[in-house]
Each structure stands twice: as structure tokens, then as C-alpha cells.
Design a protein. Structure first.
Lengths: 523, 345
């Protein structure tokens, strides 16, 4: 009898706690506990896994270093050295006379000591292979992912999604979950574009067509501008020969805004910071009457002629944008360029109507399945069946409370897990009741039968449920997203059914028999 | 109310030979189907690819859909009806993981609207790139492997009540896996090897209960996979989850029966094993049928009313419940008998 009240308190405490956690889902704002988290497959939304192309990040760094070395060679007037890229991440410097070699080595030691160097000499010509050290390139890769994460977060913030979830996954992957998003194409574009803004000079002195055929002069490259005919809507690609060297990048932008020109066509107006403004002033000052190409992700947006020196650091990016395109461009320019391109590895998008349908179908199945089981238990076990049914209802409340309390996410397989629990939870009660029936048949009193029934069934019940629990825990560990939801509800269901069958229904039986001389048991 | 009046005396074990041939036949058919289909049919979760679920407002012909898809370069995709006929929903499945970025979905919508003359709604899109597909495959196989490992350790300890021995089993398994791993064997082989090693260890350590349980498990999984192959259903992540659940559930059943067998072995130690097993199964019959019944009730409801997405998952569970119950009686227990026959020789 002493144990009696202790167990009663425990049962009530657990039930009350569960109800406290569950109620906010039905009456939001009731008190400061959260509602049950719905997975993307139930509330609709987009799930993306991106991979940051860290190899390209390293290549980009090497390119920058290569350009710096080129500058330094010019400044220190070291001649007869030609730089080439090898294998994307190495620089091959070919030096044609030994004097230059000494000066070059000195330069490398002074300013570029962190680079790895290896030397080869063949027929009087020395080739130095320059590359980043292992630690350096690892560092570049790690920084690239960090920066990509931040940039994407900025872009999504500006896009305006409620409760986005953006996090790192593994070494170079990013996981993005955007609940409730409707325009998925636009969101993917916004997230995925590198948005590298570069200003390069157009080389009008040499032949574009020759370069397109394959004769690209040193230090030059061919990029294309996409023109859209406003009447026919047809696109055409116009090649331009550019000087490779990037004079200015979007890193110096302080602001980018959408504006409209006199034809009411949208363009993006950009502002540079002080340093960028100075560079821009110098570029425009030195190159009046030449064309400056504004390059976005290796595509030329426009290449206007520089009319005069532009001070004040303001410029326009035009290019037959729709309003949405201009808005999105402004967002990515403000948030910054991605340090390396990202690839979409996995996408799962569920429309809101499907999400609502799934919830509805899941709940209907749960209700119908539940009612079938409840009725069956009453018919088969009569009064005791009612006790088992009460345990079942409490099970569901406990699972829901657990979900809310542990901030777990409910998915469609998760609902299936709850439904499965309904069918399997009855098992514990069945085992106990069958034992009790057996004991009654052997001639024991109801009191003794119940005690014996519970005693002998307890170990068996624990046993049988452990294997389901092992399966659920393994699923939780290795499962992703929706499957994790299933593992959680299954585990909660098993634990809840153990609790209700062994502790709670026992309590009810004890209470019924308390102090009375009961001759028969409704079982 | 009772289904089983007290004291049934069905001679289950007497039918064990028929059951044996039935099981062998089922397993053979399963393997045959797998061989014919070139292995299990993998969904995009494991094989990579794209899946688009679309809904029309009225009845549409698949040919119209296909011609619309061709115009946007998705001519190689397969189109299947999804869910109820009245839903007008279809599943487009393609191997390409190209995401045409801007306007991809609106292009498809436009193309389909013009080729079928009907409004189309895109309900869901799933795209799994090849790397992620490989990752998920590995995860699924690891999940099955670890589940097997822990379950093996648990049942060898629990049944034989020789926890030291179960420790030995665990060590043997981990050791064997480590060695096989050195040979860079693929994961399915690893699992097969682990199973073989467990069986051999059980044989030598005479852990007959554990052996019976594991053989019943293998039997269940093979038949479930085989039925999926026969009905040409896809293996996706939820199906793997269903398989693991089935393993747990089938073991439940087996444990219940074995517990009884052990209890009756003590009570009736003078009677032959056949008698004990029969009696145990009869005694637990009520409980076995009832639990299977209630579980089937809910899972069939899920199968019928749960909608297309959870449909295959429910199907797997239904098979699992039925086969799991069968295997506790007709696979696990006869192995105990076979042991005794061996011991007598």
C-alpha cells in the first residue's frame, strides 16, 4: 500500500507534464511552450543540400596570387619571366635568364614566403612550380565553406523566409531548410548563384573573331554578353575580348538598389566603399573612351563606353532585367559573392497542398485505426479492455507531449510510427491479460491472478519491446529527416506503452480491487 | 470473448515439414525474382535521379504527359499513375539530376499544360544527386548492420542467459567485420559475412535459441525483399525503416514463444521437446493472433487510407507482420527441434 501512492503521484505527474506540452499545439499562445514541430513533408517547404566546390576556391586563390606576382614582377622590373597556370592549382613560372631567376627567387622569399616552390632546370630554362602548401589550401577550403554559409544566410535573410534552417553538414556541405516557401525556382537561384561581380577592360584593339576561333592572346579572354531582343524575346550571345585582369570586384560594394531608367526598365544602382570608389575613379580616369565590361559570373551584363572619369563611386548595372531579376541581383550583390560555386546535391520540395493532404490522411488513418483497436479491445476483454483503451489514449498524449517537449519534428513516417504504436502497444496489455486469464482458470482469486499476471508478464514485455527499441535507436542514428521522425515516435511509443501498461493500468486494477472483495474480474 | 477456447491442441510442429518446403519455396521465388529483375529496384534515394509528383484537375492520358515532357528535354522519364485513380496524380521519374535553375518548374508546367490541355499542379519534387545517393545507400546498410549486431548480442545474452558468451559473440562479429573491411569488401557482403559468422558462432557455442531467432529474421527479410521485387516496388529510405521495424517486431514474437518454451521445458522436463514446443505455441497462440490482429488493423488502415506516399511503407509492414508471425512458429521453433535431433546423434 505504501508503493501505491508513490506510483499514483508519478503517473499523474507524467500525464500532467505531457498535457502541458501538448496543449500549445491545439491552442497556440496558451503558454510559452512550443507547438509540435512539423516536418517539411507536412508543412510544405524546400530542403536543399549544397556542396561548396572548395577546389575552385583554391583555384581562385591561386589565380589571385598569380596576379599579385605578375604585378610585383612588373613593379620590380623583373623581365623574362612568364607565368602559366598548371593543373588549376599550380603556377609554372618559366625564367629565361639566371639573373631574373635570382631576382625572382628573392621576390618570392620576401613577399610570398608561404608558397611552396620546386625548381626544375632543362636546357638553360628554369621552371619554378609554385603552389599553396597543404595547410594553406586546407585553410582556404575551410574559410570558403564558412563564408559561403554566411553569404547564403544573408541572402535568405533578405529574401524573407520564416524560420529558415541553414547549417553546415560535414566538411563542405550546407543544409538548408526553408519551410513554407512557394517560389522554389527563384529561391534556388538566389541561393546557388555565385554572384561574382567583376569589372574588366574590353580590348578593342585585337580581333574578337580570331579569339573566338581559338587564338586567344596572352592575358586576354573571351566572354559573352547575352542580349535579349525586347520584341521577339530571342536571346543572342555576343562575344567580347576582355583583358583578363580583374580591376575591381563586388567585394567593394556598400549598397545595391533597384531603380528604373527613363524607359521604365529596371536596373541595379551600386555604391562602392571609399577604396572601391578610388579604384573606380582611377580606372575610369585612365581609360576614357575605352569600354568597361561589367561581368557577372563570367557573363557580361553590359560593356558601356567610359565617357569620363567617375568620382563618387556610383555605377549602374543594366541588362534587360525583369523586376524580379533586378531585385534578386540587388540581394546577391548586397549579401556578397559566394567564394566558390555551389552545386545542389539533394533537393526535396513539398508543396503546401500536399503537406496539408498528408496531415489529413495521416490523422484520419490514426483515428480510424485507433477506433478499430479500441472497439476490439472492449469486445474481447470487456471491462479490462476499457482499461487498455485508456492506456492507449494516454499513450498518444504521452507521445505528443514527448514530441513537443523534446522539440522533435513530426514527419509523415512519424505519424505512421504513432499509428504503428497504437497497434503494438496493445500487445503489452494483451500479454498481461492473457496471463491473468490463465491464472484465473487455474483457480486463483482475482487479486492473486492480477498480481501473478503482472509479475510473470513484466519480464516478457520488457524483453519484447527492447528489440523494437534497438531498431528504433539504430534508425534514429542513421536516418535522415523524415526517417528520424519515425524513429522518434516509435521510441516514444515503446517507452510510453511500457509505462502505461506496467505502471498505469496496474494502478487502475489495484484501485478497483482496493479494499473490496471482488469475486469476478471483467476480463 | 475468446478466439481461442482454452487449451487448443493444434499440432503445429507436425506440419513443420510442409512449412519447411513452403518456406524454401518462398525464399527460392524471392531469389528468382531478384535475379530476374537484376537486384532490388532502388528508388531515387539510393540510385539518384529526380521525382516529380504532379496533379491534374481532370483525367489525363499518360501519352499526353510524356509528349509534354519531351518538349522540355525530359523525354526519357517514366510516368506512372500515383495514388487513387480519382486523384489524377502522376509520378515522373527521371535519371537526370540536372536542375535547370530558373524557370525549371514553370517550364514544365507550361509544357504540360499545353500538351494535355489541363491545369497542372506540382505537388512535390525530389532530386537526389549521385553522391548523396551513395551516402544514403551506405547509411541504410550501416543501419541494418548495426541493428543486426546489437540484436545478435542481445538475443545471445538474453536467451542463453550467458552474457559472457554473448560478449564472445560480439567480439567475434566485430573481429570478423574488421578483417573483412581490410579487404575493402562492399557493405552488402559485410552484412552477409556478419550473418554467416554469427550463425557459425552460434553453432559452435550451441546457442540454439539465438540461432533460431536469427534464421527466422533472415527468412523474414528475404521474403519481404522478394515480395517487393515481385510486385515491382521501389526501395526507398522509408522501406528500409520498415524492414528494421519488421526485424524488431518479428523478434518480439519469437522471444514470446521462446520464453514460453523455456518455461515449459522446466515445468515438463520429462516430456519430449516436440510436445513442449507444441504446447508453448498453443499457449501463446491467443496472444500471437491478437497482437498480429491489432497491428494489422492499424497497418491495413494506413495502407488503405494513408495516401500514396506512405502506401509502400504500409505494404512492407503488412508483409512483415504476417511473415514474422509465421516464422516464429514455423522457422524458429523447428530449428530447436533440429538441434535436439543433432544432439541425440
Amino acid at each position: 500500500m505504501k508503493n501505491f501512492s508513490w506510483q499514483l503521484i508519478l503517473v499523474f505527474a507524467v500525464i500532467v507534464a505531457a498535457i502541458i506540452y501538448v496543449l500549445p499545439t491545439f491552442k497556440p499562445g496558451l503558454w510559452p511552450h512550443r507547438q509540435i514541430n512539423l516536418g517539411l513533408d507536412l508543412q510544405g517547404g524546400m530542403h536543399l543540400v549544397l556542396e561548396v566546390d572548395t577546389a575552385k576556391a583554391v583555384e581562385g586563390q591561386v589565380e589571385r596570387i598569380s596576379q599579385e606576382i605578375f604585378e610585383q614582377l612588373k613593379k620590380k622590373r623583373i623581365r623574362n619571366v612568364s607565368l602559366d597556370r598548371v593543373n588549376g592549382t599550380k603556377i609554372a613560372a618559366t625564367i629565361h635568364n639566371p639573373e631574373s631567376l635570382d631576382k625572382f627567387n628573392e621576390l618570392l622569399k620576401e613577399d610570398f614566403d608561404f608558397l611552396k616552390r620546386s625548381q626544375e632546370t632543362a636546357s638553360g630554362v628554369t621552371t619554378l612550380i609554385i603552389e599553396l602548401s597543404r595547410e594553406e589550401s586546407d585553410q582556404v577550403e575551410k574559410l570558403a565553406v564558412d563564408q559561403a554559409l554566411e553569404t547564403i544566410r544573408n541572402r535568405i535573410d533578405q529574401f524573407g523566409v520564416a524560420e529558415p534552417d541553414i547549417r553546415r553538414q560535414g566538411e563542405n556541405r550546407i543544409l538548408i531548410q526553408l519551410p513554407g516557401i512557394k517560389d522554389t525556382d527563384r529561391a534556388k537561384d538566389l541561393i546557388g548563384r555565385t554572384a561574382l561581380l567583376e569589372f574588366k577592360l574590353v580590348d578593342d584593339t585585337q580581333s574578337v573573331n580570331a579569339a573566338v576561333q581559338g587564338n586567344v592572346p596572352a592575358g586576354r579572354e573571351v566572354l559573352y554578353r547575352v542580349d535579349v531582343d525586347s520584341e521577339t524575346g530571342k536571346t543572342s550571345k555576343v562575344p567580347l575580348l576582355l583583358k583578363k585582369r580583374t580591376l575591381l570586384t563586388g567585394a567593394h560594394l556598400t549598397d545595391a538598389r533597384v531603380d528604373f531608367d527613363q524607359f521604365n526598365i529596371a536596373f541595379v544602382s551600386i555604391n562602392f566603399d571609399k577604396k572601391g570608389a578610388r579604384i573606380f575613379e582611377r580606372i575610369t580616369g585612365e581609360n576614357v573612351n575605352k569600354r568597361l565590361a561589367i561581368v557577372l559570373d563570367d557573363t557580361i551584363a553590359s560593356a558601356p563606353v567610359i565617357q569620363e572619369k567617375i568620382a563618387g563611386g556610383q555605377a549602374r548595372i543594366t541588362g534587360s532585367f525583369t523586376l524580379d531579376e533586378a531585385k534578386d541581383l540587388a540581394i546577391v550583390l548586397r549579401a556578397g559573392a559566394l567564394p566558390a560555386p555551389v552545386n545542389i546535391l539533394e533537393e526535396r520540395t513539398v508543396g503546401p497542398s500536399l503537406g496539408a493532404d498528408s496531415i489529413r490522411k495521416g490523422l484520419i488513418s490514426m483515428c480510424i485505426g485507433g477506433i478499430l483497436v479500441v472497439l476490439f479491445m472492449i469486445v474481447y476483454y470487456k471491462g479490462s479492455g476499457l482499461i487498455a483503451d485508456l492506456a492507449l489514449v494516454l499513450n498518444i498524449i504521452l507521445i505528443a507531449g514527448g514530441l513537443a517537449g523534446f522539440k522533435a519534428t513530426l514527419s509523415l513516417p512519424g505519424i505512421a510510427g504513432i499509428i504503428l504504436t497504437i497497434g503494438m502497444a496493445v500487445d503489452a496489455n494483451v500479454i498481461i491479460f492473457e496471463r491473468i486469464r490463465e491464472e484465473l482458470l487455474l483457480g486463483r482469486t482475482p487479486r492473486a491472478a492480477i498480481d501473478a499476471g503482472y509479475d510473470r508478464a513484466t519480464l516478457t514485455i520488457l524483453d519484447a519491446n527492447v528489440t523494437t527499441l534497438i531498431a528504433a535507436v539504430v534508425l534514429f542514428q542513421f536516418g535522415t529527416g523524415a526517417i528520424k521522425g519515425f524513429a522518434v515516435t516509435l521510441s516514444l511509443g515503446v517507452i510510453a506503452s511500457l509505462f502505461t501498461a506496467l505502471v498505469m493500468s496496474r494502478l487502475i486494477f489495484d484501485y478497483i480491487l482496493m479494499g473490496r472483495k471482488v469475486k469476478t474480474l471483467s476480463i | 470473448m475468446r478466439f481461442i477456447k482454452t487449451e487448443t491442441h493444434i499440432n503445429f510442429i507436425g506440419k513443420k515439414n510442409i512449412a519447411f518446403y513452403l518456406s524454401i519455396a518462398c525464399i527460392a521465388i524471392s531469389f528468382l525474382s531478384l535475379i530476374i529483375h537484376g537486384g532490388p529496384r532502388l528508388g531515387i534515394d539510393f540510385a539518384g535521379g529526380s521525382l516529380i509528383q504532379i496533379k491534374f484537375t481532370s483525367a489525363t492520358r499518360i501519352d499526353d504527359i510524356k509528349s509534354g515532357l519531351k518538349s522540355v528535354g525530359l523525354g526519357k522519364s517514366s510516368v506512372q499513375q500515383f495514388g487513387e485513380r480519382a486523384d489524377n496524380e502522376f509520378l515522373i521519374r527521371t535519371e537526370s539530376t540536372q536542375r535547370g535553375g530558373e524557370g525549371f518548374t514553370s517550364n514544365i508546367k507550361k509544357a504540360l499544360a499545353s500538351s494535355t490541355g489541363d491545369q497542372v499542379e506540382i505537388r512535390r519534387i525530389e532530386m537526389v544527386g549521385p553522391q548523396v545517393g551513395e551516402d544514403l545507400k551506405k547509411k541504410a546498410l550501416f543501419a541494418m548492420f548495426y541493428a543486426l549486431l546489437f540484436i545478435t548480442i542481445y538475443i545471445s545474452g538474453r536467451f542463453e542467459l550467458k552474457w559472457m558468451l554473448s560478449g564472445v559473440v560480439a567480439a567475434a562479429l566485430i573481429g570478423a567485420v574488421y578483417i573483412f573491411n581490410l579487404f575493402n569488401v562492399s557493405i552488402p557482403f559485410l552484412i552477409g559475412a556478419a550473418l554467416l559468422v554469427s550463425l557459425v558462432v552460434f553453432w559452435f557455442l550451441e546457442l540454439k535459441f539465438a540461432m533460431g531467432a536469427i534464421v527466422a529474421l533472415i527468412h523474414d527479410v528475404i521474403i519481404t525483399v522478394g515480395l517487393f521485387s515481385i510486385f515491382d516496388k521501389e526501395f526507398t529510405l522509408p522501406i528500409i525503416a520498415a524492414l528494421l521495424t519488421i526485424i524488431g517486431y518479428s523478434l518480439n514474437d519469437t522471444i514470446i514463444v521462446f520464453d514460453r518454451i523455456r518455461e515449459n521445458s522446466r515445468k515438463h522436463h520429462k516430456k519430449p521437446l516436440e510436445f513442449i514446443i507444441n504446447r508453448s505455441i498453443n499457449e501463446t497462440l491467443s496472444r500471437t493472433i491478437l497482437t498480429s490482429l491489432t497491428t494489422l488493423m492499424v497497418v491495413v488502415t494506413l495502407f488503405v487510407m494513408g495516401g500514396g506516399i506512405i502506401h509502400d511503407f504500409a505494404f512492407a509492414l503488412i508483409i512483415g507482420v504476417l511473415v514474422g508471425t509465421y516464422s516464429s512458429i514455423y522457422v524458429a521453433s523447428p530449428i530447436l527441434l533440429a538441434w535436439q535431433a543433432r544432439a541425440k546423434k
